[in-house]
Design a protein around this ligand. Sequence first.
Ligand SMILES: [Zn+2]
Length: 272
Amino acid sequence: MKLHAIQTGSVRIKTAQVQGQGHGLRRRLRIFSDKHWTDWLPTYVWVIDHPEGVIVVDTGQGTHLLETAKSLHPYLRWEVTFRIERDEEIGPQLRALGLRPGDVTRVVLTHLHVDHDGGLAHFPDSEILVSRGELRTASGWMGRLRGYLPNRWPSWFDPVSLDLATEPFGPFTTSKRLTSAGDVIAVGTPGHTANHVSVLVEDQGITYVLAGDTSYNQRLMLAGAIDGVCADENVARATLRAINLLARDRPTVYLPTHDPESAERLANQQLA
Ligand SMILES: [Zn+2]
């Protein structure tokens, strides 16, 4: 098995989104009054080149995100900016790795935010797994009001529901094994979105956490510091606690989507 990090462009957001300031609704509105932007942060996609088939976790950004500045949605219009070129999308980069998108048997989406589902168009022949609740939240006009872009999904998009069993895996209360070997496991990591999932990859004694947006970097995970967008603070905190417990319990490499150090940690197998 080989695990690859692929950067699909980058993103800037407000610092109040990276680390929540205050509580409740005020924490979520703080993003709009915050004048401080982050540096450009990477948006990673993870490719698990597995003997049972290639699994891609998230699909990253697409060039359509360059138009969000014209969006009517206040968050997309004012609170986020993207950088991405066509050959930085996941499809061309897979080809550069010697893989064809058609070789990808499965795509797992941690959640459906615009910088995670932006490369879906490259996978018309793959089985796509999305948690049922996340799909419901992101669909239709209500999805658009919440800042999702269901109108950008390919017409063929009809994902398979990723239904996690109430079967604990380590400190996580819900899980589902995605390979017969049992070495790729989806676990429920609610917080950033209510039905957010992460993917664990066990390889040669190390557990790699393909963490999506459970936190924007490792420091915030270790500190148990929640972001500025999650709906339920206690749920988000419990997820960060679970990841901390996992890292205490076994050799763990933590790989959030937007952590500038994720790719280096993967390359050096640097433990949390
Ligand atoms: Zn997100």
